[in-house]
Ligand binder design. Structure first.
Ligand SMILES: Cc1cc2nc3c(=O)[nH]c(=O)nc-3n(C[C@H](O)[C@H](O)[C@H](O)COP(=O)(O)OP(=O)(O)OC[C@H]3O[C@@H](n4cnc5c(N)ncnc54)[C@H](O)[C@@H]3O)c2cc1C
Length: 409
């Protein structure tokens, strides 16, 4: 029961890390609470810079063989724009990362299972249905858990906390999670039987009190999200909630959305409030955090998977470069992640202010932004950071001066 690494949580981050480190020869124990992966309305769209991270980890072919689907163009609809004009100025998505045709979509539960199976194939010891009862960190970390009716204690040089937002490893390490205020409600639903939607095209748009995002998953399936004001908590509650949600997609500014509204729910409708969170240092003696456990970006940007894959790449590179018996130094990971999350938080605040605020003032602001950014593409640089990575645009984009330019009425 002694390993190089015990990884708690086998979502995207935990399983990708287990596969990567087991492949490099480390002994890995991967512990997952659930017995099967369910649709909890989690990320199914990987940004072009995240796809580049998947490639660097050597996991791209695996995801494509598992049914990964590329999207190659983007349309921004808005109540202030003519739909034909929006469609004829669709943005190509192959311009943000080298040799990446565009964002990659794949169903979240299937994505998790694919990576979990890969971790096992690469030699990780991987358990499901585990109840972790105690984590001790410091110089000699241990993880105690119940599995199959028996209690076990595993020893490891390092515990990797990959349990998502409510990370017990983070708590045990005494790492503070900072969170900003919720900005809007955000509901998601997988829709099938979507006939006539171009599967290579994603779209966003705002009309009235609703902002939508639609990401085709290949075939007739589209993952859709909708944002609405915090004051409208119960808007899609009740038995007919999914139907009411889909009806919100019937927008004058986005006639193509009819195909989504006429589709059939293929999973649960779940709502979350959107916000950002971060940690100052996602490591402590005996532990390091990756993915949502280390802090998350507002899902309005759709970057949690890309962030998680970059965490896996950076942390696994540090571990591989650390001689056996030596303590890994995660300070470069901490400083890169702090700046990465600061920039993405800034981009998320701006995107949410544009797309997920409602009423006359917000409408006028969006209209002005769309008109001015058509003439001056530098106004949309925060969007390029979302697609191409936060380091791909100049630092000035993440300043009040850029924000003021974007949001001026
Ligand atoms: C509404 C919404 C939409 C989103 N859309 C996108 C998107 O389009 N694109 C994108 O990139 N990101 C998106 N995200 C974010 C993305 O889903 C997450 O950032 C990503 O799933 C984080 O991966 P993770 O492995 O860190 O955590 P998780 O996916 O949360 O996985 C954690 C795993 O740990 C397990 N676990 C938890 N506690 C324990 C425990 N005590 N012991 C053992 N196992 C445990 C869980 O069962 C789970 O399998 C979205 C998020 C939300 C809320």
């Amino acid at each position: 029961m002694t390993y190089d690494l015990v990884i708690v949580g086998a979502g995207i981050g935990g399983s990708a890390m287990a596969a990567t480190m087991a492949k490099s020869g480390a002994s890995v124990l991967l512990l997952e609470k659930s017995t099967s992966y369910e649709d909890r309305v989690r990320g199914e769209w990987i940004a072009p810079w995240g796809v580049a991270e998947v490639r660097r980890l050597g996991l791209y072919d695996l995801l494509m063989e598992a049914g990964g689907h590329h999207i190659t163009s983007h349309v921004t609809y808005d109540e202030s724009r003519d739909p034909d004009a929006a469609e004829t100025t669709a943005m190509p998505l192959n311009i943000f990362a080298e040799n990446v045709p565009g964002p990659l979509t794949i169903g979240h539960p299937h994505h998790c299972q694919t990576l979990f199976d890969e971790a096992v194939r690469c030699g990780a010891a991987a358990l499901r249905g585990v109840n972790v009862t105690n984590i001790e960190l410091g110089a000699s970390p241990t993880v105690t858990y119940d599995h199959d009716g028996a209690e076990h204690t595993a020893h490891a040089a390092l515990v990797i906390g990959a349990e998502g937002r409510m990370s017990p490893t983070r708590k045990q390490a005494g790492i503070k999670l900072h969170q900003d205020k919720p900005h809007h409600w955000f509901a998601g639903l997988l829709v099938e039987g979507v006939e006539g939607w171009d599967p290579s095209r994603q779209a966003i748009g705002t009309e009235g009190q609703f902002g939508f995002l639609a990401f085709p998953q290949g075939g007739d399936k589209v993952r859709v999200y909708g944002g609405y004001p915090l004051a409208e908590k119960g808007r899609f509650a009740g038995e007919d909630g999914a139907r009411k949600f889909l009806d919100s997609f019937r927008m004058n500014c986005a006639p193509a959305n009819r195909a989504i509204a006429d589709g059939t729910p293929a999973g649960p409708l779940l709502s979350y409030f959107n916000n950002d969170s971060w940690t100052d240092e996602p490591f402590a003696e005996g532990a390091v955090l990756i993915g949502d456990a280390a802090g998350w970006n507002d899902p309005i940007n759709g970057l949690g998977l890309s962030i998680t894959y970059r965490d896996v790449r950076i942390v696994s590179d540090i571990l591989k470069a650390t001689p056996k018996g030596k303590t890994p130094d995660f300070s470069s990971y901490a400083s890169e992640r702090a700046e990465r999350m600061r920039r993405l938080r800034f981009a998320g605040h701006l995107q949410a202010a544009l797309d997920m605020e409602f009423g006359d003032e917000a409408r006028a602001r969006r209209k002005s932004y769309h008109e001015r950014s058509a003439a001056d593409p530098t106004l949309g640089m925060h969007g390029a950071a979302i697609m191409g990575g936060p380091e791909s645009v100049p630092a000035e984009v993440f300043t009040d001066a850029h924000r003021d330019r974007v949001l001026q009425g």
